[in-house]
Design a protein around this ligand. Sequence first.
Ligand code: SF4
Length: 343
Amino acid sequence: MQPGWLFEEADGALRCTACGQRCLIRPGKRGICQMRVNKNGQLQVPWGYVAAANVDPIEKKPFMHFLPGSSALTFGMLGCNFHCDFCQNWVSSQALRDPASESSLRYIQEISPRDLARFAVNSGAQIIASSYNEPLITTEWAIEIFKTAKDNGLKCVYVSNGFATPEALLALQPYLDGYKIDLKTMTDEKYRSLGGNLQVVQDTIQRAHDLGMWVEVVTLVIPDFNDSNEELWDTARYLSTISRDIPWHVTAFYPTYKHLGVDRTSADTIQRAAEIGQEAGLRYVYAGNLPGRVGSLENTYCPHCQTLLIERTGYALKQISITNEGTCPHCGEKIAGVWALHS
Ligand code: SF4
């Protein structure tokens, strides 16, 4: 660990400002995420390691409008500021919070930003992504990595629950090109049951968009949790008020962790959610986790002339015809997104 700088002094304690929990951490104590510690009046934060590092397609994050077909060197740490019982990465995210995830501590490997950037470049990646656990809680370390990544010509993205603070977003702005944010529900009560609240996530989506980061939003559609027409309409309408150009991914849930007595999300439900997104005016709606079973909902079409621009099955690109300038080759419509490494 090393001293962190996302905090404020407060009444003989430290107020962490890395995420929306804003934990007041007294000497000798840890924040909710268990990863940030007040050691003798100094905030100590994770540093110098990763708990996982893999080269993945950018479509797996998922980003559909961010250098499609490119690879992202994806690193993860440990810990989270939420405790979702349907977490698909719970072994790493619930480290030190759930004794069943104890094995995750064995995943830690020491590494330097230089070695991570070299790993990315040597493997042909154009992007470095912080993912697998909640990246906000290790923002100081991510920024250290992103500085070196930028020096090596790489783009940088977060894959996050969006429970951010304005302080963290401003600190990340010079480095972060893309921000994938989960919008898990439109009900504050349900957000609180996961450990967060709705307003902070909505503020993050708005702020990240206003700060010029490329934002894509994911809703994991879970039967009997957030799959009602009413809630899907609320989500889609809300996103369309920020920008109709924000891609919305509606992805299928499968039973995992503590959310086991529930069916997988059906293709019909995902198609219904996607139709709601389209009817609400969102120009780019994608279905996730059901490759080959959702018709055209994995593809990108020109919103003006409906030309097929990118054809996908799962994470695989079958064809791409969007221009390097990010326009439709048929009608010239500008397609929102990041299409070139140097844009
Ligand atoms: S990152 Fe969030 S959860 Fe962790 S100590 Fe800071 S405010 Fe608390």
